[in-house]
Design a protein around this ligand. Structure first.
Ligand code: NOJ
Length: 559
């Protein structure tokens, strides 16, 4: 397997709006990030991924970009950004930027032109279609509820928006558009950035014809995923992007790809394909959703998680590369979702971190994860700001007939604002995030859960992450070793081995709040030399048969 810096890195995701506010307007900003770089350096991360900081009317918090080559007013200026990049590099870290080119904002100059007339030179930068029988061109549903098409008076046609109606989809079939995007990417790379995280990048090639999606239940709008995910020209486009831009720099790329399969992921990430370095797949974060999508809550069966993780670990081994994550700005907090954010918050946050960081792939830490931040429960829908939540609530409760309580319950479990509440720096007013009124309310548990407490407490989740990151630097087996699942049928224990040359690791994690006995199956060949890490105190010599305490995690090294 090829060794590269990005395989050996740990990446930290910053959601700038919620990270640190330097000027008291209640919104995080670039100077606020620069102020906290020493904190990140101390944690030990190698790469920072910035969620979008470009000019934006903020319909979807910066994922609707109106100028790709300028900075959002609330976040600062280009000079602030340059200073941030310099300071990141001065500390020996790297910076990757979010690339959002499946769609732009409807306030982007290209779209402003495009909607003016059918013969405008920018018309074909977007996906326009006439209506069908007085309706939308097809039955696709937007990810943020309602139709994926918006009628536009000026030219009496509809434009496609897979996300909000202020996020029109760009038309990648158009070579001029592709050239513009490559030019813009080159401009950022020439500023010295170290790579891109690419937003829903496997949506950019749509199946020609834009046909109706099958609709056996006769719904008004339905998911048209198979007509735009991993579409017919996607590999051609990414290969072209790689040749024109990416291959000219020593950078890393990660493509966000809902609906990607292992076989597709190999095509996207295998070295000889010259497309991307890794992808964010979604399978493991969809296992607790029912047939009606993310708001259709269903308990997670650990055996499903094992099956999925194992499929990806073995599938991409030597044939691509995995990204490892359990949460981000779109997903609920991992300790609330997969652990216990009450009694065993600290133990379960450490267990989950162990589980994830010992897998093969590049781990991503989402801001606040390293101090065990949790989901939030606001009583009123008015306290929520996320367009996905608000549109869904409107559709189901205000216009539909679902109960407020049921829908709020699903928001408490799955809503994106769970991850977006401001970072909890200390126990002062507004958690030290801002001196003003925060744009989104702060989780009231900041008195107990905050970075100041975590840095001072040697037993905190934070110090445990520091240790995991250090271990990765010391033991190549953590990065490159082969993965093998053990105990596939156990409903509480997730255990696996890693092996590289003549070394082995044994990783044993308890995903439950009960004590459970563990005993290494006889057919697993492993001799333990030392305990690499654990989230409880462990006395005595390494043993391969023991009682696992609630959410306990142990990693043994041996052969
Ligand atoms: C995925 C991003 O992560 C999410 O936050 C955003 O809403 C959609 N793509 C649309 O850009």
């Amino acid at each position: 397997m090829n060794k590269t810096w990005w395989k050996e890195s740990v990446i930290y995701q910053i959601y700038p709006r919620s990270f640190n506010d330097s000027n008291g307007d209640g919104i995080g900003d670039l100077q606020g990030i620069t102020e906290k770089l020493d904190y990140l350096k101390e944690l030990g991360v190698d790469v920072i991924w910035l969620s979008p900081v470009y000019k934006s009317p903020n319909d979807d918090n910066g994922y609707d970009i109106s100028d790709y080559q300028d900075i959002m007013d609330e976040f600062g200026t280009m000079q602030d950004w340059e200073k941030l990049l310099t300071e990141v590099h001065n500390r020996g870290m790297k910076l990757i930027m979010d690339l959002v080119v499946n769609h732009s904002s409807d306030e982007h100059k290209w779209f402003v032109e495009s909607r003016k007339s059918k013969d405008n030179p920018y018309r074909d930068y977007y996906v326009w279609r006439p209506g069908k029988d007085g309706r939308e061109p097809n039955n696709w549903e937007s990810a943020f509820s309602g139709s994926a098409w918006q009628y536009d008076e000026a030219t009496e046609e509809y434009y496609l928006h897979l996300f909000s109606k202020k996020q029109p989809d760009l038309n990648w079939e158009n070579p001029d558009l592709r050239k513009e995007v490559y030019k813009m990417m080159t401009w950022w790379l020439d500023q010295g950035i170290d790579g891109f995280r690419m937003d829903v990048i496997n949506f950019i090639s749509k199946e020609p014809g834009l046909l109706d999606a099958p609709n056996p239940e006769g719904k008004k709008y339905v998911g048209g995923g198979r007509f735009y995910m991993n579409g017919p020209r996607i590999h051609e486009f990414l290969h072209e992007m790689n040749n024109e831009v990416l291959s000219k720099y020593d950078i890393m790329t990660v493509g966000e790809m809902p609906g990607v399969t292992v076989d597709e992921a190999k095509l996207y990430t295998r070295d000889d394909r010259e497309e991307l370095d890794m992808v964010f797949q979604f399978e493991h974060v969809d296992l607790d959703s029912g047939p009606n999508g993310k708001w259709d809550l269903r308990p997670l069966d650990l055996r499903d998680l094992k099956q999925s993780i194992t499929k990806w670990q073995t599938g991409l081994n030597g044939e691509g590369w995995n990204s490892l994550y359990l949460n981000n700005h779109d997903q609920p907090r991992m300790v609330s979702r997969f652990g216990d954010d009450g009694k065993y918050r600290v133990e379960s946050a450490k267990m989950l971190a162990t589980f994830l960081h010992m897998l093969q792939g590049t781990p991503y830490i989402y801001q606040g994860e390293e101090i065990g931040m949790t989901n939030v429960r606001f009583d009123s829908i008015k306290d929520y700001k996320d367009i996905e939540i608000l549109n869904m609530y409107k559709e189901k409760v205000i216009e539909g007939n679902e109960s407020h309580d049921k829908v709020m319950e699903s928001i408490y479990v799955k809503g994106r604002d769970n991850a977006r509440t401001p970072f909890q720096w200390d126990d002062s007013e507004h958690a030290g995030f801002t001196t003003g009124e925060p744009w989104l309310k702060i989780n009231p548990n900041y008195h107990e859960i905050n970075a100041k407490q975590a840095v001072e407490d040697q037993n905190s989740v934070y110090h445990y992450y520091r240790k995991l990151i250090k271990l990765r630097k010391q033991h190549p087996i953590i990065v490159y070793g082969d993965y093998q699942l053990i105990l596939p049928e156990d409903k509480q224990i997730f255990a696996y081995t890693r092996s590289l040359e003549n070394e082995k690791l044994l990783v044993v994690t308890n995903f439950s709040g009960e004590s459970v006995p563990f005993s290494l199956p006889e057919d697993v060949d492993f001799t333990a030399n030392e305990l690499l890490t654990s989230n409880y105190a462990i006395e005595g010599k390494p043993s391969l048969s023991f009682e696992l305490r609630p959410y306990e995690a142990r990693v043994y090294k041996g052969f």
